[in-house]
Ligand binder design. Structure first.
Ligand SMILES: Cc1cc2nc3c(=O)[nH]c(=O)nc-3n(C[C@H](O)[C@H](O)[C@H](O)COP(=O)(O)O)c2cc1C
Length: 303
């Protein structure tokens, strides 16, 4: 029997496969297409204190080997999330991580305080790295002091697992991981999307109404891997790898580079059952490589 379970700080997941924020709604949007009970963890769409409509369309487009999105953190708000979405998630035998977005430190704290009382929520992923909103997002994600303050203040109001989701749109991602660790985060997740844009050559206008969007998908995998490796070499904190994972081989690469677990994003739009296929692939890889526990793969790079 291969042991696929992994630990993210004090949280144990049955396997390292997590579904990335914003790509599976609140779990309900993908549940007809895959068996969520087999997935290690579900990360919700970013939840904010108040409902958000998000940006005006057009908000997504396909690119070479990926996609641009500027959804602008559209979500139902924390109260509706608890009322309408948690009852479904309660019935799913997976681990629920709530991703939180806010435009002020107080708002992050308030949102986490409210959700702290929900037993179904096992941890928080704090989104300090959304490139598609004017307030919050990268205003925080590009500033180590702000990331430190958010981590410290949120840590003070929760005993649940605390993950800080880092932006790749910085010169030194490990500096941010170090700050998150210092202020009490249990883990960091990396990466959020890279800022990108595209033009319609006939109208000369940006394709995305917001002008820029976040680039995701296979196009960003090498960047994401390098960021995970950078954190792994410089900071002793569990890392959740994200960025362009399409199959089990991609996932293994992230684990070798330093990830304890990983999240699937854009692939969910192409193959919503990818998570299950990756679990099967990981088992076969471990058998072939004579690995007893998948966690042995984490940071097993030979440089
Ligand atoms: C349509 C879309 C919406 C997203 N919404 C969020 C979000 O609300 N919060 C967040 O932290 N990340 C969000 N992300 C970023 C993903 O969680 C992930 O970090 C990113 O897409 C890179 O992974 P991938 O290449 O596997 O897609 C979104 C990504 C996409 C494609």
């Amino acid at each position: 029997m291969i042991d696929l379970s992994v630990n993210i700080g004090k949280l144990k997941l049955k396997n390292p496969v997590m579904l990335a924020s914003g790509t599976v709604g609140y779990g309900n949007e993908i549940s007809n297409f895959t068996d969520l009970s087999k997935i290690g963890a579900i990360v919700t769409k970013s939840v904010s204190l108040n409902p958000r409509k998000g940006n005006p369309p057009r908000r997504i487009m396909e690119t070479s080997s990926g996609m641009l999105n500027a959804i602008g953190l559209a979500n139902v708000g924390v109260e509706k999330f608890i009322e309408d979405k948690i009852p479904f998630l309660q019935k799913v035998n997976s681990t629920l991580i709530c991703n939180i977005a806010a435009s002020s430190i107080e708002e992050y704290v308030e949102c986490v305080k409210i959700l702290e009382e929900q037993d179904t929520v096992k941890g928080f992923e704090i989104n300090v790295s959304c490139p598609n909103v004017k307030e919050g997002g990268l205003v925080f994600g590009n500033n180590p002091e702000a990331v430190g303050k958010i981590t410290e203040k949120v840590r003070a109001v929760t005993n649940k697992t605390l993950i800080i989701k880092l932006s790749p749109n910085t010169a030194s991602i490990s500096q941010f991981a170090a700050v998150a660790k210092k202020e009490g985060a249990d883990a960091v997740s990396a990466i959020n999307t890279l800022v990108g844009t595209a033009f319609n050559i006939y109208t000369r206008k940006p394709v995305i109404k917001n002008i820029t969007g976040g680039l995701s998908g296979p196009a960003i995998k090498p960047v994401a891997l390098a960021k995970v490796l950078e954190i792994s070499r410089n900071v002793d904190i569990p890392i959740i790898g994200i960025g362009g994972i399409m199959c089990w081989k991609d996932a293994v690469e992230f684990m070798i580079a330093g990830a304890s677990a990983f999240e699937l994003g854009t692939v969910n739009f192409i193959n919503p059952n990818a998570g299950i296929e990756i679990i099967e692939g990981l088992k076969k890889y471990c058998e072939e490589m004579k690995i007893n526990s998948i966690s042995e793969v984490t940071a097993s790079y030979i440089l």
